[in-house]
Write a protein that binds this ligand. Sequence first.
Ligand code: UD1
Length: 417
Amino acid sequence: MDKLVIEGGKPLNGTIKVSGAKNAALPILIATLLTDEPCVIENVPSTLRDLRTTFRLLESLGKKVVVEGSTVKVLSTGSLKTQAPYDIVKQMRASVLAAGPLLARFGLVRVPIPGGCAIGLRPIDIHLKGFEAMGARRIADQGDIIMSAPKLNPVTIKLRFPSVGATQNLMMAAAATEGKTIIKNAAREPEMEDLGRFLQSLGADVRGAGTAVVTITGKTKLHGARHRVIPDRIEAGTFLLACAAARGRVKLLGADASHLTAVLSALKKAGAKIKTGKSWIEISMDRRPKAVTVVTKPHPGFPTDLQAPWMSLMTLCTGFAKVTETVFENRFLHAAELGRMGAQIAVSGRTAVVAGVESLSGAPIMASDIRAGAALLVAGLAAKGKTTIARVYHIDRGYETVERKLSGAGARLERLK
Ligand code: UD1
């Protein structure tokens, strides 16, 4: 298995190009199941492991996927299957998003229930309740959920929590359901807005995607479309935090500052200088960060996906910083690994208190999930000496050619095969 070896403690300087958003590309590619006509999706981070898994999912359901760099064409090969294979769902939980389009179009779907993962139990009850409200019946069989409905009904649904996946699943189901569906307490992440734009270009009428109330007037027959995926705000945020921790000056090209308001505001409080333009963000940092307390929340709050790399930055703060995780129940697995590098972190329930230290020291460490991996990358770049990160495949799920991008900004790191 690959490892990343980082010679840390060197400031970053240079430019980094941000890729298309993994978490927008996944649902948009899955939404191509809503039509038999060709779709062309641009700015897809197609080398990521999760994208490769999505291509396999689409192909296992009967689509043909043609990848040309960051442009992905999804074509029809005949009729679609309505059963998602377990070996794909267990590799990528987002596969469950195939349920919405398939159920709405064919009145039947069978999907394995995704298990929990390192960061939490991650049930799908909000997705299922939404489908039931639209008239689907469900039975459990051999670890799968089978849902059926002769026809889904347009309804008004209020989610008990603004789940990203449930909002996307229900938006897709509603796009192929005749009539007006209203989703209240919907997730407001920028990826919802991007999916909304794609559904609109397929022929559904979508209002309010990216706000708490989404109204979708669906149609049983949708057509093909071309779409460009938004930039990856989490990748961009990780590079900003890497520069804040290792110090230096980095300009991110192709980044959207309006998607990162909470993170940029916390970075400014920590002492970073931030400049933004139409599609770029520049950060410079020349000192230890001040202690800044963050609480993760659904968008527009501080994103849970940047909590771990934020904690890496705070390990170096001048004071005590609190980090509270409210979205996932077990997302502090990086704290112990950071401890191996000299960080002082006390975790109690959903809150971690970080006592800042002058510097971290490189160590052999291990990634436990994608964003914990990002946290170790940030810490390794800032730490003095050599850090070796094992289980890099977690980082490869969400960060394209990460060593090449960071080397371009002066970082010293290489991959050991
Ligand atoms: C998506 C993102 C992930 C991000 C998360 C929160 C993708 C592919 N993944 O994951 O990177 O960390 O949003 O911003 O876009 N929940 C339930 N019942 C449900 C659904 C969710 O209890 O039916 C709970 C989950 O267990 C979790 C919380 O709600 O504690 C947030 O989950 P959700 O917003 O659904 O995240 P995902 O779509 O899985």
